[in-house]
Design a protein around this ligand. Sequence first.
Ligand code: ZN
Length: 145
Amino acid sequence: MKTKTLLFIAFALFSTAVLRAEKPVAGPAGGRLLETEPARAEFVVNAAGKAEIRFYDAALKPVAPAAQVVAVTAEPAAGRVKLEVERAEFGFVTKEVLPSGGPYRVVVQVRASAEAKPQNFRIDLNLGNCAGCDRPEYACTCESH
Ligand SMILES: [Zn+2]
C-alpha cells in the first residue's frame, strides 16, 4: 500500500516534469490553448482583430459554451481596457477589436459558471509571426518558449 502510494507520487512528479518539457499544444483555431478545467479553452485573435475564447472537450473537439463566464482585459501602455464579450456558437468574442499598440498583456478570466472560482490566464499579446513554427508569437508552439 505504502509502496503503491510512493510509486504513484513518483509517477505524478515524473509526468509533471514530462509535461513541462513538452512543447505547447497548438490551439485548433491557430490560437493559444488555456489550461481551463473541465473543458479546454483557446484564446484566438480573429481576422477582424477581436479576441475569441473558444471551448473544446478533452479531445479538442469544439463544444458550445455552457454556463461559462469570460472576461477579457487588455493592458496596453495607454491603460487597461476591459473588453465586453458576447456569446458565440464556439464560445465568446469581444464586441470591440483589441486595442492597437502591442505587444501588451491580455488577461483572460474564465469561470466554469458564475459561482465558480475564476481561472486567470496572462497572455503576452505579440501578433508578430514566429519564424520557428509559423504561428503568431502569442500562440507559438516552439519548445524554447
Ligand atoms: Zn514558434
